[in-house]
Design a protein around this ligand. Structure first.
Ligand code: SF4
Length: 373
């Protein structure tokens, strides 16, 4: 198994906000998740495609991947095209940009044992570019002052700043499954000030297991999120809300509660999942018991069922139209558009209340429609 840095760049968003979480997490067991494996597999595919495109002699990893599907291939191809475009762009102001794929980047000058792997690093004279592929769907990742990218940029500066006179740094997150390409530009001076003033002192605290616990949206990837006291206190603040005073909540009070709801739901879901696992291992919670959930009947052997049904004179199969994804895979995108494009429609999505920061445009509400008339 790969050895993870105690203060990893990928978790820096969390330990910079809540330094003592790093030590607590390092004491917890690693639980393999299928999502993490999918990400690893897709990274391997991405690296292969780019290196092939760069003319290197590389072996196609596809048949050895744990997960692989058409979507993964499309994502990796999209990433490869993006990287090649960036290289072409870099060539406009630098004859021979250096391109490094899956490069180990060491930023231990600021963070004890700190290292990580940069998906793609392009050095073009005074511009250093870092590109990071994200396969996840759950969280939209922004490059804006993204500490993981900044740690990688520091590692790349350590490698190249003596050779090139780097002035500016461009950091890009490529997250195709969320149609997200996010870029942030900073100067080398800004990066180094952040590294000296924020990263280094906070990493020192985190390494010692010191500093203040602080709960927030960064808790979602913390290994102790279900049982963390600070997170419980943070979420229980909502319960302290003075519900008793007015008989019904004012709109201003609903406004105060709304931003806390997602965090509250995710916290109670984590506690419920944790308690179930504990109960299955023998812990008893007063007033609770473990029961069997609902289950539907199912066949024990599909082939035997089909055979028996046919034998009894029935046709056991239904003929169904392929879904849009399967049909696109069958025909290819271009042919699909050509033949079936005119039959595709996208119904209006269910109205959802989201924070103002969400990128989707607001829809006209009944009230607005009414006031326009
Ligand atoms: S759950 Fe949140 S507050 Fe608790 S240790 Fe983890 S990051 Fe810190």
């Amino acid at each position: 198994m790969a050895k993870h840095a105690f203060l990893s760049a990928s978790a820096s968003h969390r330990w910079l906000e809540c330094p003592p979480s790093a030590k607590l997490c390092s004491e917890q067991e690693d639980r393999a998740s299928p999502y993490a494996q999918q990400g690893t597999d897709c990274h391997e595919l991405c690296a292969y495609l780019v290196e092939k495109e760069l003319g290197k002699d590389v072996t196609d990893p596809t048949e050895n991947l744990t997960y692989f599907d058409q979507e993964m291939q499309d994502c990796a191809e999209g990433y490869c095209s993006f990287v090649m475009e960036q290289i072409e762009e870099a060539k406009k102001h630098c004859q021979d940009p250096q391109v490094l794929i899956e490069q180990r980047l060491d930023f231990s000058r600021w963070v004890e044992n700190g290292f990580g792997t940069g998906d793609c690093v392009i050095v073009a004279d005074d511009v250093l570019q870092i590109i990071d592929y994200k396969h996840g769907l759950g969280v939209l990742v922004s490059a804006e002052m993204n500490p993981q990218m900044m740690c990688y940029a520091l590692g790349a500066l350590e490698l190249f700043d003596g050779i090139y006179d780097i002035n500016s740094i461009q950091m890009t997150i490529f997250q195709p499954r969320r149609e997200n390409v996010s870029t942030c530009n900073i100067t080398k001076d800004e990066l180094l000030s952040w590294a000296d003033e924020i990263l280094k002192p906070t990493a020192e605290l985190a390494y010692e297991g010191k500093g203040e616990f602080k709960a927030g949206e960064h808790c979602q990837f913390c290994k102790v999120k279900a049982t963390c006291r600070k997170r419980a206190e943070y979420n229980l603040e909502l319960a302290q809300y003075d519900f008793e005073m007015p008989p019904t909540l004012e709109e201003t009070e609903v406004t105060a509660i709304l931003p806390k709801i997602d965090s509250l739901i995710s916290w109670v879901t984590d506690i419920k999942e944790y308690a179930l696992q504990q109960a299955l291992s023998g812990t008893h919670y007063d007033g609770f018991k473990v029961v069997e959930g609902r289950a539907n009947r199912k066949y024990t052997d599909d082939d035997a069922v089909a055979f028996a049904a046919k034998d009894a004179g029935f046709d056991p199969y239904e003929k169904k139209l392929l879904g849009i994804t399967a049909m696109t895979a069958l025909m290819g995108k271009k042919k699909f558009e050509e033949v079936l494009g005119k039959y595709i429609t996208k119904p209006q999505g269910k109205p959802t209340l989201v924070p103002e920061s969400d990128k989707r445009p607001a829809i006209n509400t009944a009230y607005e429609d009414f006031s326009e008339n």
